[in-house]
Design a protein around this ligand. Structure first.
Ligand SMILES: *Cc1c(COP(=O)(O)O)cnc(C)c1O
Length: 325
């Protein structure tokens, strides 16, 4: 049984990440403040190495490997940012990495993962059981599985983004955090409870996939079919057992944002703040503008979780958004 991480683990993770992860900027926008009626602080993990906060958790977890684990290597399954985070972290640490990806994953993502030096193993998600395949690899090659969110070292690593934010800007009233499996939100909760105890924390999910909201209401983990949403980083079917424990204990609530609201936020970031944010990274700001949270005059931290989006797709979404406006 894995133990829940604590703020001490976030501090240790921050030390391991020193000189390895970027200390990402905290940006402000007077126009964004006007739209939300609050004072917003954007922690820009779209500028993190490999383009998302996931580098933090992956690098922290791999840094803790024993010499034997390092030799045998790491295995992960992901079609998204976790794959690239594991591949890059493994390369930096000289650890072999095998990444299971569905054979119909976007070629750009497969190429990016290979580009970071990961061995990509393609599988058929309709006929093959991903978990069994991973377990088989782990058994055959002695590789260690690092899951994308439900792992104490991953959670602690993700918490370093909020630690940096709070150390830079001081205490906040509210923090809005994109939510898939809950690694980012639970890590953020550990840092926030320590550095800004009165701050209210909200997870933000895509409207089409509000499993964590349902889980909090039910008091147990609720699983849903894979949601159809632009927010592919938060397309999870359920939160983790460890992440849910921390979320249940520390989080004030979970709100949602629609795909149209995500596109609107994406356009805002491009036009006003001159930056590319992937749809999942827009969840926090979309909620600041549209969810019925009382933010009036408050100091609000928003984690922009990532910026990895296929450029052709991005252009399409931005153009479609402007036709609607
Ligand atoms: C993985 C991911 C998320 C969700 O993080 P969890 O730890 O699974 O909740 C949000 N945004 C981006 C860009 C991601 O890659």
């Amino acid at each position: 049984m894995l133990e829940l991480p604590t703020y001490e683990d976030v501090i240790a993770a921050a030390r391991r990440l020193e000189g390895q992860a970027h200390r990402t900027p905290v940006l402000r926008s007077a126009t964004a403040n006007r739209l939300a009626g609050a004072e917003l602080f954007f922690k820009c993990e779209n500028f993190q190495r490999m383009g998302a906060f996931k580098f933090r958790g992956a690098f922290n977890a791999l840094s803790k490997f024993s010499p034997d684990q390092r030799k045998a290597g790491v295995v992960a399954f992901s079609s998204g940012n976790h794959a690239q985070a594991i591949a890059l972290s493994a390369r930096l640490l000289g650890i072999p990495a095998a990444i299971l990806m569905p054979f119909d994953a976007p070629q750009a993502k497969i190429d990016a993962t290979r580009g970071y030096g990961g061995e990509v193993i393609l599988f058929d998600r309709y006929t093959q059981d991903r978990e069994a395949l991973t377990a088989q690899l782990a058994a055959q090659r002695g590789m260690t599985l690092i899951p994308p969110f439900n792992h104490p070292d991953v959670m602690a690593g993700q918490g370093t983004a909020a630690k940096e934010l709070l150390e830079e800007v001081g205490e906040l009233d509210v923090m809005l955090v994109p939510l898939g499996g809950g690694g980012l939100l639970s890590g953020t909760a550990l840092a926030t409870r320590a550095l800004s105890p009165r701050c209210k924390l909200y997870g933000v999910e895509p409207q089409a996939g509000n499993d964590a909201q349902l889980s909090l209401r039910a008091g147990r983990i609720v699983s849903i079919p894979t949601p159809q949403t632009l927010a592919d980083g938060a397309q999870t079917q359920q939160v983790g057992t460890l992440t849910f424990e921390v979320i249940q204990r520390e989080v004030s609530g979970v709100v949602t944002a629609s795909d149209a609201q995500l596109v609107e936020a994406m356009r805002f970031f491009a036009e006003r703040m001159k930056m590319i944010v992937e749809p999942t990274g827009c969840l926090g700001f979309a909620a600041a503008c549209h969810a019925r949270l009382d933010l009036q005059g408050k100091r609000v931290g928003i984690i922009i979780s990532g910026g990895n989006v296929d450029l052709a797709r991005y252009a399409q979404l931005i153009a479609a958004g402007s036709a609607q406006a």
